[in-house]
Design a binder for this molecule. Sequence first.
Ligand code: SF4
Length: 208
Amino acid sequence: MDTKLKMSKYNFFTSDKEGNLIIYNFLSGITSLTKVLKSDVEKFKQLFLANNEIEDESCVEHTEAVNYLIKSGILIASDINENVLYDSVQYNQVYDSKLVLTILPTGKCNFRCPYCFETPQSFCRDEMTIDSQNALLKYLQKAIPNHRALHISWFGGEPLLSPDVIKRLSDKFIRICSVRHLPYSADIITNGYLLDADMFDMLYKLNV
Ligand code: SF4
C-alpha cells in the first residue's frame, strides 16, 4: 500500500494508573478505545507520533497494529480532510439520524444487586411525574422533525415497576411517529422479575 498515513487530529491521549497509553478517537466513538501497553509506548511514539506523515513501509513489521489503528479511525490516510469528515458526522447526527432517548420511568428497584451502580439515593427517586412526561413529549415534538426514526430505551431503577408510565408514553411516541411515517422501536433493560405473560403482551404491543 503506497498511501501515506497520519494520526487523526480527533485522537485523545491519556494514561491509566499503570502507565499504559489510552487512545480515544472522537469521530469514531467508543469502538476506537485503544490501549497501548506501557512497554510499547516508546515504540508507538517513534512509529506514529514522531512525524506528521507516516510512510506505510515503515510500519511493515507492525501491519497488525497499523490495521487495528486504521480500523479504529486513529490512523487515517494523510489526504483525508478531517474538517469535512467532522461536518458530515455532525450533520448526520443532528439531521439525519435516529433520535435515541433513554428514559427512567422510575428510579426505584425491587432488587439490590451488589454490583449495581445505582445509589440508595437514586433508588428513592419517585416515578416520573405527569409534568415530566409532558415536558418530555413537548421536547420530542420539537426535536422529531430533525430525525428519521425514534428509538426509546427504558431504563431505571427497574422500569417494569412503572408499567403505566411506559404504556402512556409509548402510546404517545407511537402516535407521534405514525403521523410522520417514522419508524419507532424500543428496548428495555430490566431484571425481568415482573415480566409475566401480561407484561410481555403489553410490551410486545408497544414495540418494546
Ligand atoms: S436490577 Fe438493575 S437497577 Fe436493580 S439493583 Fe440490580 S442492577 Fe441495580
